[in-house]
Design a protein around this ligand. Structure first.
Ligand code: GLA
Length: 486
């Protein structure tokens, strides 16, 4: 017999996943399986709580967040779910539904020694340590939890599986410690917490996971965090294609990402120092957005010329940067090239590409504004054109694309996508494509054949991540509710 509680739970899931009733059974089956494995693993612990955090796809606004400029992502219906109950003391015990990830346990405290780099448990440690550090949970009275963890976001694919894990862990820790939360504040706190794993990410991933709205994309601004929701169109779908090239936050992708963060920081320092001299008054800039024309009371053209003068159009060595700043190279290394975890970003052999990085960030920020307006008014061709421009800028100026992403974007455009671009940090991972609804079927079968069959077969020298089902790597996005207790 179906109880009232079952009906209520189904209704809640339907609201979370923003799906028609006939698409609910797989979700119900998944949650039932997770709850059963929780009881099998930990016995009867009284009432268990369910928290979830979705992954995201960024529609436009790449590498803008850590420069203080906006992004335009949406949540996807792939998420991390924790079934939790408080533990006796401050121990945290985790069982991943996927046996290849194994079990983890550690004690909640202010300073937690990380596992080896890349370990999934580090993202849980990051959230717990971060919330204690921020004073949200007191170290002395912190309660731990036992959890079964299940995830459906493909890993290392640029869809924010790691940030969703941080967010779900944070929510679990708050829930067992009876703390309520304010999503905006928590998004900021967890963005800071995640830097514990060594990537100097901006705040987009945690923000969209927490603030996401079913059926909508969000334009998110930073410093301070603000959001504006935009209805997704009915006449077009956003489709994700995974290049099957690992875009890992924990390995080479992380180093390449951190280098971009440092290049932007150096560009802001050089540009503000040169402007201070030119204007004869101190101009301080922590972020590139502090040097926006509106804040400087100068025209876009003037600012572009000033930036070109300040940064030069050729890559600069550390020594050249130090000379321009009038500082010792070791001071530049300490002040601008050192990350939060204390590691120092090495000088690239070809020099720091400041002008190119600057040009991407500033043009991308303008595209986000135009794209948000286009999406709001249903001007989908314009939105698509901006996605295409964004991709070119990510490839040429920011240099975060790769052969496989290029192949996927070309294939997508040849099979019905009106806009196609890499999404997330890049260096592999996924593309996002806008496809008129009447072409979605043709798009899915065409891309499947051209990339997942032909391109893969024709490139035996490349390493592609294996996948179980095509629906895990090529799928239409549906924006779900943001993270929370289910
Ligand atoms: C990663 C980071 C985000 C953002 C994107 C690039 O996903 O976590 O903060 O910088 O890359 O747009």
């Amino acid at each position: 017999m179906i109880s009232n509680a079952d009906v209520q739970f189904s209704e809640r899931l339907q609201a979370v996943y923003h799906c028609p009733a006939d698409e609910l059974p797989p979700h119900l089956i998944r949650y039932t399986r997770l709850i059963d494995s929780f009881h099998t693993r930990y016995g009867d612990t009284g009432t268990a709580t369910i928290v979830r955090a979705p992954g995201r796809v960024n529609l436009i606004g790449e590498h803008t967040d850590y420069n203080g400029y906006p992004v335009l992502p949406m949540t996807i219906d792939r998420d991390i779910v924790f079934i939790i109950a408080p533990s006796e003391g401050n121990e945290i015990n985790l069982t991943n539904e996927d046996p290849s990830f194994g079990e983890r346990s550690f004690t909640a405290s202010r300073t937690i020694t990380p596992y080896k780099q890349g370990d999934w448990g580090n993202y849980v440690k990051a959230a717990v340590q971060g919330l204690i550090h921020e004073g949200v949970v007191e170290e002395r009275s912190a309660k731990g939890f036992r959890a079964v963890v299940g995830g459906t976001i493909p890993g290392s694919a640029g869809l924010s599986s790691s940030s969703a894990l941080v967010v779900a862990s944070g929510l679990a820790f708050l829930a067992v410690n009876d703390k309520s939360f304010e999503p905006m504040l928590l998004a900021d706190q967890l963005a800071r917490a995640e830097r514990y794993v060594g990537m100097e990410g901006g705040g987009m991933d945690q923000a969209i996971s927490l603030l996401g709205v079913a059926g909508k994309a969000l334009k998110i601004n930073f410093y301070p965090l603000r959001q504006e929701s935009i209805q997704l169109p009915e006449s077009a779908a956003f489709v994700v294609c995974n290049s099957l090239v690992q875009a890992s936050k924990s390995e080479s992708g992380r180093d390449a990402y951190n280098l971009r963060v440092v290049e932007c920081r150096v560009a802001a320092a050089l540009f503000s120092s040169s402007l201070s001299k030119k204007l004869g008054k101190p101009i301080t800039a922590r972020l590139l957005s502090d040097l926006a024309p509106s804040l400087l009371h100068r025209t876009e053209r003037e600012v572009e010329q000033d930036a070109r003068m300040a940064l030069g159009t050729q890559p600069l060595s550390l020594l050249e940067i130090a000379l321009r700043l009038g500082e010792d190279p070791s001071e530049v290394r300490r002040r601008l090239c050192t990350l939060k975890d204390g590691s120092v970003v090495a000088e690239p052999p070809e020099g720091f590409k400041l002008w190119q990085r600057y040009r991407h960030v500033v043009s991308e920020a303008a595209r986000v504004e135009r794209a948000a307006a286009a999406l709001s008014s249903g001007a989908l061709d314009e939105f698509a054109a901006l996605m295409n421009e964004s991709h070119a800028s990510c490839r040429d100026d920011y240099e975060v694309s790769c052969d496989e992403l290029e192949a996927l974007v070309t294939i997508a455009r040849g099979h019905g996508a009106i806009g196609a671009r890499l999404t997330g940090a890049g260096f592999g991972g996924c593309t996002v494509n806008i496809v008129p609804v009447e072409h979605v079927g043709r798009f899915l079968s065409g891309v499947r054949r051209a990339y997942y069959e032909t391109y893969r077969r024709d490139h035996p020298e490349k390493i592609f991540v294996p996948f179980r089902s095509i629906d895990d790597v090529l799928f239409v996005c549906r924006a779900t509710k943001g993270a929370g207790v289910v």
